[in-house]
Design a binder for this molecule. Structure first.
Ligand code: NAD
Ligand code: UFG
Length: 338
C-alpha cells in the first residue's frame, strides 16, 4: 500500500517523504525535476534507510500516470507538484495556470480512472482575501487574490471541491500552509531555491553563508511591534507531519476538509534575523528598504481546527527553524549542487 507524492523531490515533498516512510508508508514519487534535484530523494533514502520509487514524470502526462497507478498499489495521493513563485506568476501567468491547473485536473482524472479516492492538496494562505482580520481561520473569506499563483491555488481548491461533490468515494484535504521554513535536522535535505530567493529564510541563510551581500528588509513602517512584516513561520518537519495526519484523517472522513497549517504565532522580519544570529552565532547584515508591493503587515493562522481534528500541532520553535536552516545551508552552501 503506497502513497503517491507528486512533486516529492521538492522542498516540502522531500520532507514529507521522510515522515511517510518513518510512519510505515511506501512512497512513490512523480516529479519532473523542473524545480528540484533527484539527489533530494537519495538523501531521503539515506535518512530513512528505506527506498523511494521515483518516476521522472510530468503530472500532466496521462499515460505516465496510468503506468504509475498500474504498477503500484496506491491508496492516497499527496499533490505538491506545481510552480510557486509569486513574482514569476505575475510575469508568466499562462505558464502558472497551465502547469498548476492542468496537473491538478490530470491527476484527479487519473485517480478516478484508477479508483483512488483520497487526495491531499498543497494549498496556501495566499487563498485568503487581503481584507481579513487576523488570525485567519478556515472560514475567513477567500478570493480577491493579488497574483496568478494565488488564483491557481484558489481555482485548484474549487476544482477539487467540485470533484468531491460529483464523485462518491472521492475525498480530499486542502491544506493551507502558512510560511514553511527550516530543514531536516540531519542537514541532508532542505530548501534549494534556484536563482535569487524570494522568501525571507533562504535569503537570510544565503546571506549568512556569504552568497548574498545583505538582506533587504522590506519596510520598517508597518503597524507591527517593530515596524517590519509579521508572518506565521512553521518548521517544514512539522508541516510534513501534518500531511501524514491528513492522509490518516481521510481514511475515515468522507468529503472535503480544509485545514490551516501554521503555529498561530506571528514573527517579525527583525525577530527572525535576531533569532538566526543568536542561535547560529553568525551575522546577518541587513538594510531597511522600501516595502515590497503587495505585502501585508501581518498574516498568521488560527490552527485550532487542525489541532483539534487532525490531532496535529507544531512542536518545533523559531530557534529550531533557524538552527536547522543554518545546518542545511552551511553544510550545503550551494544546495544539492554542493
Ligand atoms: P518546490 O518547487 O520545491 O516543489 C514542487 C515540486 O514540483 C518540484 O520538485 C518540481 O520539480 C515539481 N513539479 C512542478 N511542476 C510539475 C509537474 N507538472 N509535474 C511533475 N512535477 C512538477 O516547492 P515546495 O516549496 O516544496 O512547494 C510544494 C507545494 O506547496 C507547491 O504546490 C506550492 O505551491 C505549495 N506551497 C508552498 C509554500 C512554500 O512557502 N514553500 C507555501 C504554500 C504552498
Ligand atoms: N521579506 C524581507 N526581505 C526579503 C524577503 C522577505 O523583508 O528578502 C519579508 C516580507 O516583506 C514579509 C516576510 O519577510 O514581511 C515574509 O516574506 P516571504 O516572501 O518569505 O513570505 P510571504 O508571506 O510574503 O509569502 C508567502 C509565500 C507565498 C504566498 C504568500 C501568501 O512565499 O507563496 O506567503 O500566503 F503567496
Amino acid at each position: 500500500m503506497a502513497v503517491l507524492v507528486t512533486g516529492g523531490a521538492g522542498y516540502i515533498g522531500s520532507h514529507t517523504c521522510v515522515e511517510l516512510l518513518n510512519a510505515g508508508y511506501d512512497v512513490v514519487v512523480a516529479d519532473n525535476l523542473s524545480n528540484s534535484s533527484e539527489v533530494s530523494l537519495q538523501r531521503v533514502e539515506q535518512i530513512t534507510g528505506k527506498p523511494v520509487a521515483f518516476y521522472r514524470a510530468d503530472v500532466r502526462d496521462a499515460s505516465k500516470l496510468d503506468e504509475i497507478f498500474e504498477r503500484h498499489d496506491i491508496r492516497q495521493v499527496i499533490h505538491f507538484a506545481g510552480f510557486k513563485a509569486v513574482g514569476e506568476s505575475v510575469a508568466k501567468p499562462l505558464m502558472y495556470y497551465r502547469n498548476n491547473l492542468d496537473s491538478t485536473i490530470g491527476l484527479c482524472e487519473a485517480m478516478l480512472r484508477h479508483k483512488v479516492g483520497e487526495l491531499v492538496f498543497s494549498s496556501s494562505a495566499t487563498v485568503y482575501s487581503p481584507g481579513n482580520t487576523m488570525p485567519l481561520s478556515e472560514t475567513s473569506s477567500t478570493g480577491n487574490c493579488t497574483h496568478p499563483y494565488g488564483w491557481t491555488k484558489f481555482m485548484c481548491e474549487e476544482i477539487i471541491m467540485d470533484v468531491v461533490r460529483a464523485h462518491k468515494g472521492f475525498s480530499a484535504a486542502l491544506l493551507r500552509y502558512f510560511n514553511p521554513v527550516g530543514a531536516h535536522p540531519s542537514g541532508l535535505i532542505g530548501e534549494d531555491p534556484s536563482g535569487i530567493p524570494n522568501n525571507l529564510m533562504p535569503f537570510i541563510s544565503q546571506t549568512a553563508v556569504g552568497r548574498r551581500k545583505e538582506l533587504s528588509v522590506f519596510g520598517d513602517d508597518y503597524d507591527t511591534p517593530d515596524g517590519t512584516g509579521v508572518r506565521d513561520y512553521l518548521h517544514v518537519v512539522d508541516l510534513a507531519k501534518g500531511h501524514v495526519s491528513a492522509i490518516r484523517y481521510l481514511d475515515d472522513h468522507d468529503g472535503v476538509h480544509i485545514f490551516n497549517l501554521g503555529t498561530g504565532r506571528g514573527t517579525s522580519v527583525l525577530e527572525m534575523v535576531r533569532t538566526f544570529e543568536k542561535v547560529n552565532h553568525v551575522p546577518v547584515p541587513y538594510r531597511i528598504t522600501d516595502r515590497r508591493p503587495g505585502d501585508l503587515a501581518t498574516v498568521y493562522a488560527d490552527p485550532s481546527k487542525s489541532n483539534r481534528e487532525l490531532h496535529w500541532k507544531t512542536e518545533l520553535d523559531l530557534e529550531d527553524m533557524c538552527c536547522d536552516s543554518w545546518n542545511w545551508q552551511s553544510s550545503n552552501p550551494n544546495g544539492y549542487e554542493s
